[in-house]
Write a protein that binds this ligand. Structure first.
Ligand code: LFR
Length: 459
């Protein structure tokens, strides 16, 4: 006997619906539908094409066939507003839109309350930017992206905790909305729905339960990390690299705030203590600008380029918005005129490995914990050059995979809610460890060149 669950997993560049079939102590995964996620610029604002994502989800659920439940996760921070009749008030705005420029500095320090790294696009800053719009003023509810899709499936409103923790409006200690912070900023507290937790049933879609999972994709990805024990760092590597540790309690020290480390809420009450590193976004943007060249050949050409010849500080916010990434990288790295895509690619991957090294080291120092291994999960696990460079840069073993950690984390939380699997995160991770392909990378060479490159990249 096997039992099937469907994970809807929306990333910044594509969405997928994955069916997990559990039986005989194991499970298999089947990606039944993939669809593009293409942002649209309208009237000067960058939007998500939410209706096309909704259609992609419905097509995927149809392709999935009968399942015991459905769980939805996506990127964080972004939201839709709905009015009293349940209608969506405008298209959700993309977090890379420039409407939040300068707002974080104006709002000031929220770290003692929310424990969150300052990213210009945190929901709280988006709301300050939007607060004078007619949509904001007439809205009845604010729904984060997975909660909006779940609302369209079930008619139920709520704010899933792991994703709500990225808004900047949650109190990191009480794990509920901070009414003081919301009031101090003059925001409308009544827009924020009750918080719900992974494993809770949201409602029914066509007779099938929709279950809350770690609806922030990074929270689900971390459930899918195949770690044994606690002395590991993780890198959830896709459009972003989310680099950090799993903790029981937040770290709210001054040093942590200055290093811009975040305390996001994880599944089972854990704290995701991490930093956003720019990830594969700069390379994805270059590939788009270069007309999508063959990636394996480009990566093998990049592997033959001399290492650490050109590095940039990838955490520089200059790399955040879309457009002319190739030009920005050439300028910031001082690349020689005529340097081809392989040189740019090597520069991005060396720089990403450096930024990940820094975050792995800082996380350990700030949390007072030492790790013996780095788990790298998500699409980046397919990039052998990046995995090897990360092992070299960190001076630690990198265990790469699974690629579909996010969908796995989503499915495991559903399977546990249905009673098909049992136990805490250790038990869920042991299932991942015993069923998924994981590739080991050992560090090569010494630390000297990385140390020197870190100094050159301005850290
Ligand atoms: C990764 C991610 C990050 C979040 C960023 C923006 O997909 O969810 O965790 O900081 O996207 O939402």
């Amino acid at each position: 006997m096997s039992e099937a669950f469907a994970a809807v997993d929306l990333g910044a560049s594509s969405g997928r619906v994955v069916v997990g079939r559990f039986g005989d102590g194991g499970f298999d995964l089947d990606v039944v539908h993939r669809f593009p996620n293409e942002p649209v610029r309208v009237g000067g604002t960058l939007h998500w094409d939410i209706l096309s994502l909704h259609r992609g989800m419905l097509d995927g659920l149809r392709a999935a066939g009968p399942v015991s439940s459905i769980g939805i996760d996506s990127w964080a921070v972004d939201y839709g507003l709905i009015d009293a009749s349940g209608a969506l008030l405008g298209n959700p705005v993309h977090y890379r839109d420039s409407r939040t420029d300068g707002i974080a500095a104006r709002v000031g320090d929220l770290y003692p309350v929310n424990g969150l790294q300052t990213l210009p696009f945190n929901t709280v800053y988006q709301l300050v930017a939007a607060s004078r719009t007619p949509q904001y003023q007439v809205a009845r509810h604010l729904l984060l992206i997975p909660d909006l899709l779940a609302y369209w499936l079930t008619g139920e409103i709520g704010a899933e905790y792991t994703n709500a923790s990225t808004t900047g409006l949650l109190d990191v200690r009480t794990r509920d909305w901070s009414s003081e912070l919301v009031a101090d900023l003059g925001l409308r507290a009544e827009l924020l729905p009750p918080v719900r937790h992974p494993g809770e049933r949201i409602g029914l879609y066509d007779g099938t339960p929709v279950v809350a999972v770690g609806s922030h994709d990074t929270a689900s990805a971390i459930v899918g990390v195949p770690a044994s024990g606690g002395d590991f760092a993780y890198i959830s590597c896709g459009t972003w690299s989310l680099v950090g540790l799993e903790l029981d309690q937040p770290v709210l020290s001054d040093a942590s705030r200055q290093a811009n480390f975040t305390n996001e809420g994880g599944v089972d009450g854990t704290i995701r203590y991490l930093r956003n590193v720019m990830g594969l976004w700069p390379l994805q943007e270059c590939l788009r600008e270069w007309g999508s060249p063959d990636l394996p050949s480009l990566l093998s050409a990049a592997a033959s380029e001399p290492g650490l010849a050109h590095v940039v500080d990838l955490d520089d916010p200059v790399f955040l918005p879309p457009g002319d990434m190739d030009g920005r990288l050439r300028k910031m790295a001082g690349l020689p005129a005529g340097a081809g895509p392989a040189v740019v690619t090597r520069c991005v991957l060396d720089s990403l490995a450096l930024a990940q090294r820094r975050a792995v080291r800082q996380a350990q120092e700030l949390a007072g914990r030492e790790v013996s291994v780095v788990h790298l999960v998500g699409g980046g696990a397919l990039n052998e050059l990046l995995c090897q460079l990360t092992a070299d840069a960190c001076g630690l073993t990198v265990l790469a995979g699974p690629v579909e950690a996010t969908a796995l984390g989503n499915l495991l939380v559903q399977a546990r809610a249905a009673g098909v699997v049992e136990g805490g995160l250790d038990a869920l991770r042991s299932l991942v460890r015993h069923t998924q392909r994981i590739v080991r990378y050992e560090p090569r060479g010494d630390d000297g060149p990385w140390q020197a490159a870190a100094a050159r990249a301005g850290r």
